[in-house]
Design a binder for this molecule. Structure first.
Ligand SMILES: Nc1ncnc2c1ncn2[C@@H]1O[C@H](COP(=O)(O)OP(=O)(O)OP(=O)(O)O)[C@@H](O)[C@H]1O
Ligand SMILES: [Mg+2]
Length: 506
């Protein structure tokens, strides 16, 4: 199938999301769609799939114009999409979600054996570890993403639109996905691929289209003619900048939080570390190492043994509210949409949630304007793209929603901040700002625990890196900010454990 978009425009109140955009998607190609947060990528995909109607312009399949009034029409025409926001039904099983569009029945009842078989067929191509009968709400963020991809694949479409399919999955799963996409390319499927990870685009794409402020900055340029620098300057209008992390002197004796032999009900054993004032302590590990779980257990009443000491006193923290209120510890969750944001509330209200206590003069009464004054600097600094602070967060682009949830925590009056995968879905320009901002809040005396699967990010930002594997801390690496040596040191710790206990590796 050859799918073309000509001079498509789309406006929302206060925003021209697309301005006469063109795209030519050919059979048997992987076409990358690139651009900053808010550039219009997801809107373009939603116009193709009938979620939105264009204000002008047209979409054609093999030369004839099509008009889809709903996503169902697009599916019927052979177009399948993985949207950026999750579209799974949390209380349905993995199998039911994958087969949702066409549940197999037997004598009028859903044929569950067939549902499982169907689901396995696509799921196994990506990850054999996911149970088709598990309820989706029990899965990790990475697993949900895989289910979404399997669901899109199961439609066996001639045209596949993938909006940041790799945002929350690891390199390992991405490699499996890429093998599959290459196979589909061989079968003549036309594929559109959105990602903020430039390495991925250079690894898989044949051609690239770039959007900037809703306009074409490039259209269908062969990847062989594109360099990283050129692509970056097409996206952001200037060259890539390396983050400069503020120099700090950290006093090893000034410990603000310490774990001594912690065990948790989630399965952690012998967790010991100390976090110093103004330090950025990295927590690195492969998916399943238990990093996010450690944060959630420490702050969520799941410590079953050992001691957690905050500012010299033993702490028993029951929930996140207590963590912030009584211990001034904030946690920026990896699942920002699930745990971090209220989509129907405005940008201002979402950011201000954590600072209400600080700015409320009288209980429950917030002086007019105070909220906006407290919020604005963070919104500016992270360049949250929004027509105003009163915009509902749900109307922002995916990356801008992420920025809001991070701004919220940076605005909070926390002295210890645990930040989980801060730059997932964030464009390369803001990623640099965010790294510098983390450095600055640390320079201001805040202690940070940084959980990240992004090794270059870890090596740029962290002072010290704890390596986790199988719910234990298996090593500590001083970061010299040199990629080669530090990444090798980290991986060698992981490999050493995997070799000494091969059964625990899976
Ligand atoms: N339903 C909506 N209502 C109002 N504005 C919207 C809506 N959907 C998108 N927008 C706006 O349109 C612009 C383009 O958004 P879009 O989601 O297409 O960006 P994107 O390129 O996908 O960004 P990201 O990388 O962050 O996902 C943004 O300014 C966004 O706020
Ligand atoms: Mg998007």
């Amino acid at each position: 199938m050859r799918l073309t978009v000509e001079t498509a425009s789309k406006s929302f109140p206060g925003v021209k999301a697309l301005d006469r955009v063109s795209l030519d998607l050919r059979p048997g190609e992987i076409h990358a769609l690139m651009g900053e947060n808010g550039a219009g990528k997801s809107t373009l995909i939603k116009i193709i799939t009938g979620v939105y109607q264009p204000d002008e312009g047209r979409v054609s399949i093999d030369g004839s114009e099509v008009r889809f009034s709903s996503p169902r029409d697009a599916i019927a025409a052979g177009i399948s999409a993985v949207h950026q926001e999750r579209n799974l039904v949390p209380r349905f099983s993995v199998g039911e979600n994958i087969a949702l569009e066409r549940l197999p029945t037997k004598r009028g009842l859903i044929d569950y054996a067939e549902v499982d078989r169907e689901a396995r067929r696509y799921l196994d191509l990506l990850d054999r570890g996911i149970d088709t009968r598990a309820e989706v709400r029990t899965l990790s963020v990475a697993q949900m993403q895989i289910v979404e991809i399997a669901k899109a694949l199961s439609l066996e479409a001639k045209c596949l639109l993938l909006d940041e399919p790799t945002a929350s999955i690891t390199e390992h799963e991405t490699a499996a996905l890429f093998t599959l996409l290459r196979r589909l390319r061989g079968e003549g499927v036309a594929m559109l691929f959105v990602s903020h990870k430039l390495e991925e685009v250079f690894a898989i794409a044949d051609r690239v289209t770039v959007l900037r402020d809703g306009k074409n900055a490039a259209e269908g340029v062969p990847i062989a003619e594109m360099s990283r620098q050129k692509l970056v300057s097409l996206m952001i209008g200037r060259e890539e900048r390396i983050a400069k992390i503020r120099e700090r002197t950290i006093d090893a004796a000034d410990v603000v939080m310490e774990a001594r032999g912690l065990a948790t009900s989630l399965g952690h054993r012998d967790i010991a570390f100390s976090l110093r004032r103004g330090e950025i302590l990295g927590l690195y590990g492969l998916v399943g190492a238990g990093r996010s779980e450690l944060a959630k257990a420490m702050l969520g009443g799941a410590v079953t043994g050992g001691d957690l000491i905050v500012r010299g006193k033993p702490a028993r923290i029951r929930d996140m509210h207590e963590a912030l209120r009584s211990y001034r510890i904030g946690y920026v969750s990896e699942d920002r949409k699930g745990e971090g944001l209220i989509l129907i509330h405005s940008v201002r209200e979402n950011v201000a949630i954590t600072i209400w206590q600080r700015i409320a003069k009288v209980l429950g009464l917030i002086p007019p304007g105070a909220e906006a004054r407290a919020v604005q600097p963070f919104v500016d600094r992270l360049e949250v793209r929004t027509p105003s602070l009163s915009q509902a967060v749900g109307n922002l682009s995916g990356g801008n929603q992420q920025k809001v949830s991070i701004a919220k925590w940076l605005a909070a009056n926390a002295d210890i901040l645990i930040i989980d995968e801060p730059t997932v879905g964030i464009d390369i320009k803001t990623k640099t700002y965010l790294h510098e901002l983390i450095g600055e809040i640390a320079a201001g005396g805040v202690s940070v625990i940084l959980i990240s699967s992004d090794m270059p990010e870890m090596i740029t930002v962290a002072d010290r890196i704890l390596v986790m594997h199988g719910f234990r801390i298996v090593g500590e690496v001083m970061n010299d900010h040199r990629y080669e040596t530090t990444s090798k040191a980290i991986m060698s710790r992981i490999h050493a454990v995997e070799e000494s206990e091969p059964e625990a590796a899976t």
